[in-house]
Design a protein around this ligand. Structure first.
Ligand SMILES: Cc1ncc(C[n+]2csc(CCOP(=O)(O)OP(=O)(O)O)c2C)c(N)n1
Ligand SMILES: [Mg+2]
Length: 341
């Protein structure tokens, strides 16, 4: 995940982001690859779950401890990314085809990635429906990027991480929590990075993650930091709900009681707006973009968009578990006083 943004999305050899939260084009690329060279990945990143496919894995790391713990590297190589990549390139150079045909695979994969991106952006949010979180992330890509320096995006932990990882494509730099671990990270991270950033700073945070360090909104206000905080407000701990459901359990205790988070932000001294429509969202993003002061947008989102894994098909156990959970939820709702959602 920390690798997202290292290779620009529009680079001719970029095939998408790996992992179940990433892009299908990247999962397919791993499936078809004979050899995968992985730079600086964690033990979790090298697991069969994140790097599926029948390939030889060369794992490059300057950290011997990580190489020693590598779960399945066929060939561990000790060295920095730059020097090892240079050395490998020199050795491979002799084997390259003069017309560049060896790059055909990479270019085809990039075309596939672009096609996936185009197809996704056709999923509209109907005016009568709440904003889909995927559409919100795509809107941020379109409306926040602009022609100036690349925005810096701090990202919290939850489904929000997936929506940003997969759908906020284009030109920006990301700051994630290490190993997808800590809720409540994104707002304080933005407060730490905004002074001297010299570019737009955007924070993507769930309503649960915002609550964990809510008082840091006061820091943004006190220091008058030009940070735009975008809250993916789905009224619940969405990641927990879906984890329960794919294991076959009915949703339990994941709902949050937020009230109006724009009101809460105003109480801390921020300018803020709550939006429920795409038109309102676009308008708020325009205002935030030029505000040059802390600005929070509470975006009321659809909590039913399914965070489908990037692999072409979810595991059978996940489908069965999810169906079972929906059945149990329906049975619970039918009992007197049983509705949870
Ligand atoms: C401090 C902390 N507590 C608990 C968790 C476990 N956890 C991971 S995601 C999540 C829910 C996040 O909810 P929200 O911020 O609303 O994002 P959503 O999943 O709804 O997009 C929880 C409780 C965590 N990662 N960090
Ligand atoms: Mg949430």
């Amino acid at each position: 995940m920390p690798g997202r943004g290292v290779l620009p999305d529009d680079h001719a050899h970029h095939a998408g982001a790996i992992g179940s939260s990433g892009h299908q084009s990247a999962a397919e690329t791993l499936d078809e690859a004979d050899v995968v060279v992985a730079f600086g990945i964690s033990r979790r990143g090298a697991s069969a779950f994140d790097l599926p496919g029948d390939h030889h894995l060369i794992q490059v790391d300057h950290d011997l401890g990580r190489l020693a713990n590598a779960s399945r590297a066929g060939l561990p190589l000790h060295g920095t990314a730059r020097h090892t990549a240079q050395a490998l390139t020199e050795r491979l150079g002799a084997a390259a085809s003069p017309g560049g045909e060896h790059l055909g695979f990479a270019r085809a994969r990039h075309a596939r990635y672009l096609a996936t991106r185009r197809r996704r952006s056709r999923i509209p949010t109907r005016p009568s429906r709440p904003i889909r979180p995927s559409a919100l992330a795509m809107e941020l890509a379109d409306r926040f990027a602009g022609g100036g320096p690349a925005p810096l995006v701090t990202v919290d932990v939850g489904l929000t991480t997936l929506w940003i990882y997969r759908y906020l494509t284009g030109r920006q730099d990301f700051v994630w929590t290490s190993s997808f671990a800590t809720m409540g990270f994104a707002v304080p991270a933005a407060a730490a990075l905004a002074p001297g950033a010299d570019r737009p700073v955007l924070t993507a945070v769930g309503d649960g993650g915002l609550a964990v360090t809510l008082s840091e909104l006061g820091t943004l206000a006190d220091l008058d930091l030009p940070v735009t905080v975008v809250v993916f407000d789905n009224g619940r701990l969405g990641a927990i709900r879906f984890e329960q459901e794919i294991m076959g359990w009915p949703e339990y205790g994941s709902a949050l009681h937020n009230g109006d988070l724009a009101e809460a932000a105003r109480a801390y001294g921020l300018a803020a707006e709550r939006v429920t429509t795409m038109a309102g969202l676009r308008n708020a993003l325009r205002v935030a973009r030029v505000a040059r002061r802390p600005y929070l947008i509470d975006v009321v989102c659809d909590d039913n968009e399914i965070p489908a894994p990037a692999q072409r098909r979810p595991a059978a156990a996940q489908i069965i578990g999810y169906a079972l959970a929906l059945g149990r939820e329906a049975a619970r709702a039918a009992r007197p006083g049983g509705a949870q959602r």
